[in-house]
Ligand binder design. Structure first.
Ligand code: SF4
Length: 332
């Protein structure tokens, strides 16, 4: 049976887990190709105006797969962290696809995964229900989940070592290691889709910097720093972004020179997180430069390059100015 996984939104986070789980259950997995102009145009044509750009791109991927596979894999990911939620746009994806494209309910694997109240029990129940689309044997489903979780851990460990999803999924060559680093904040689906972000990681690398993304930071560190603020967000991914920003803000690692925050223009959670990070930065005595870049269907590559170059110039000026100030104060 052919099962299609749209290459968008949480795909970049759960690629190894989903693929392994479905293959262990005997499915032939078909992933839509990397985002391109046609996929974006299809998404924009069919999507309702109100939804964010990454969700529109996701719909373009669904449209690519819709008539090429037997089933579409679009689980309802309500929560993958206790006491937190995912954004409502992510929760509603199976309904959106059903209503916009008229896909029959039985052709969508849209079972709920919800760790909000019950943690790991909610996770396992979700995968058990998904597995029942392929077999009635619970032991086989649980074995498949075990394999999938192992693949997921390996995938995450490789990201922690500095790999990007494109290195692991499409086997693209890793970027060159650089001494100076920029923390690239944002949702994995903005940071990992090099077509919609206009290859920002490569552009930063060409400017002589390596990027650090939230995927590269240990969960315990992100959560520790998140616990130092009085009111974290409801949304898991927003919390991971805040935790990452705080970690690098407080640890003051000399190789880290600034933050670039990629946000989606229509995203409610992103606007709140951006505002919060800017406030946290302003409170620091020795802060780091921050650039917020909004991405949507109208963002032009030339404008992005100009802003990146100007930011890097400013960051370098600030760093050398601060360094000479620090060394002259120490020597006096
Ligand atoms: S968090 Fe923002 S970018 Fe992500 S799906 Fe929700 S609205 Fe879209």
């Amino acid at each position: 049976m052919k099962v299609g996984i749209p290459r968008g939104l949480l795909f970049y986070r759960f690629y190894a887990l989903w693929k392994t789980f479905l293959e262990e259950l005997g499915a032939e997995v078909v992933v839509s190709p990397p985002t391109n102009k046609v996929i974006i145009q299809q998404g924009l044509t069919y999507a309702v105006e109100e939804i964010c750009f990454p969700a529109k791109v996701f719909l373009g991927h669904v449209l690519y797969l819709k008539d090429r596979v037997d089933l579409l894999f679009i689980p309802r990911l309500v929560s993958f962290h206790k006491r937190e939620y995912n954004c409502p746009k992510i929760l509603s994806l199976p309904d959106l696809v059903r209503n916009l494209f008229g896909v029959e309910e039985e052709r969508i694997i849209g079972d709920e995964i919800n760790m909000r109240e019950e943690g790991i029990r909610g996770w396992r129940r979700g995968f058990l229900n998904i597995g029942k689309h392929f077999t009635t044997k619970e032991s086989k489903i649980m074995k498949a989940l075990e394999q999938a979780e192992k693949a997921h851990r390996d995938y995450q460990n490789n990201l922690k070592k500095g790999m990007l999803p494109e290195n692991l999924i499409d086997h693209k060559a890793p970027l060159l290691p650089r001494e100076k680093k920029i923390v690239l904040l944002g949702h994995t689906y903005l940071l990992s889709d090099s077509y919609i972000n206009m290859n920002i990681t490569k552009k930063v690398n060409d400017l002589n910097y390596s990027v650090i993304t939230p995927d590269m930071v240990e969960e315990t560190k992100k959560r520790y720093y998140l616990s130092t603020i009085s009111k974290p967000s409801f949304w898991t991914i927003s919390n991971e972004i805040i935790g990452t920003a705080l970690y690098y803000l407080k640890e003051k690692k000399p190789e880290v020179r600034g933050f670039i925050h990629l946000v989606s223009f229509e995203c409610g959670p992103d606007s709140l997180v951006g505002e919060l990070i800017e406030r946290l930065l302003k409170r620091e005595e020795r802060s780091l430069p921050y650039l917020r870049l909004e991405i949507d269907e109208h963002t032009g590559e030339a404008g992005l390059i100009t802003r990146l170059e100007a930011f890097v110039d400013m960051m370098e000026w600030r760093y050398s100015h601060l360094e000479s100030h620090v060394s002259s104060s120490t020597s006096s």
